[in-house]
Ligand binder design. Structure first.
Ligand code: KMH
Ligand code: ZN
Length: 284
């Protein structure tokens, strides 16, 4: 993707409020129940988020891909917010591939789609090529718009290969999220971002970035300087500054919106985000 001379006027802020890695016992403010998730989503929308990236938890606050709960969650978020609802197909590192494919049965607006296997701390986040292709084709059939998650430079090139072989996603737009700073993936540095963005295929119409842990701020500032959008949230970072715990996801969204304001980019509305991403209009 050629780097645009001018950044877009507005800023897509995606919030990833929960993730699959943090235990509720270690972080009581992590939204793990449906009520907490919906309240968080409402607060984040009011603060300027336009999309929510969702992992759900069971009654014991453990990550689950339970189909009924995923459907209930999509319905509740649609009922209570206008946010673009993106379900994680990454799940947790322990989720079987077949279960991850079934996430699309919950009919979200969007789904995450990671472009390759990555060492993930001490674990392995498994995304073999045949799985990537199957998930992509399923998303095309079901008209679910994927967000391509790129954890590494090699995954940029896997995206080139996927689009060459299987064509454009539903909606015809291609949105990428650079997930930087995972131990085992690309580092959360400006030089890694420049390399990744430089090699994005021409089909890419928008990209965002998120920096895990201590890479949050450099990645945010780098993405704003390169015309990218932002993903923030407690899936990715649990401190607001060194040693200070995050109070809420809305706090992280507000900080992203403030950083966007400095770059003269106001927060994009959910309706504008749907247009950007090629997602169907909301049917609340
Ligand atoms: N929880 C990670 C293993 C995604 O949501 O698609 C994978 C992840 C990516 O969070
Ligand atoms: Zn996720």
């Amino acid at each position: 993707m050629p780097t645009p001379t001018l950044a877009p006027d507005s800023l897509l802020v995606t919030v990833a409020p929960t993730g699959a890695e943090t235990a509720k016992a270690d972080c009581p403010q992590l939204p793990t129940t449906l009520e907490e998730l919906v309240a968080t989503a409402r607060d984040c929308e009011a603060a300027g988020a336009a999309m929510v990236h969702v992992h759900v938890r069971d009654g014991d606050h453990r990550p689950t891909l339970d189909g009924g709960l995923l459907k209930e969650t999509v319905a509740a978020l649609r009922q209570e917010t206008d946010l673009v609802v993106q379900l994680s197909t990454g799940g947790s590192v322990h989720d079987p591939l077949a279960e991850r494919l079934k996430v699309l049965d919950a009919e979200p607006d969007s789904c995450s789609l990671t472009m390759g296997t990555t060492n993930f701390g001490d674990d392995v986040f498994s995304n073999p090529w045949p799985f990537v292709v199957e998930l992509y084709q399923l998303a095309q059939e079901r008209a679910v718009v994927p967000e391509f998650e790129l954890f590494d430079l090699g995954q940029v090139h896997a995206l080139v290969r996927l689009l060459d072989r299987y064509g454009l996603p539903a909606g015809g737009r291609v949105h990428v999220d650079l997930v930087m700073g995972v131990p085992g993936g690309m580092d959360g540095t400006a030089s890694a971002m420049v390399a990744a963005v430089h090699d994005l295929p021409a089909e890419v119409t928008s990209w965002s970035a998120t920096g895990i842990g201590r890479t949050t701020l450099p990645v945010m500032l780098g993405a704003l300087s390169m015309g990218g959008h932002l993903r923030v949230g407690m899936e990715d970072v649990l401190t607001i500054s060194r040693g200070v715990p995050v109070e809420s996801n809305a706090q992280l969204v507000r900080r992203a919106v403030e950083a966007g304001a400095l770059a003269q980019r106001g927060p994009m509305s959910p309706a504008a985000a749907r247009e950007l991403l090629g997602v169907r209009p909301a049917s609340r």
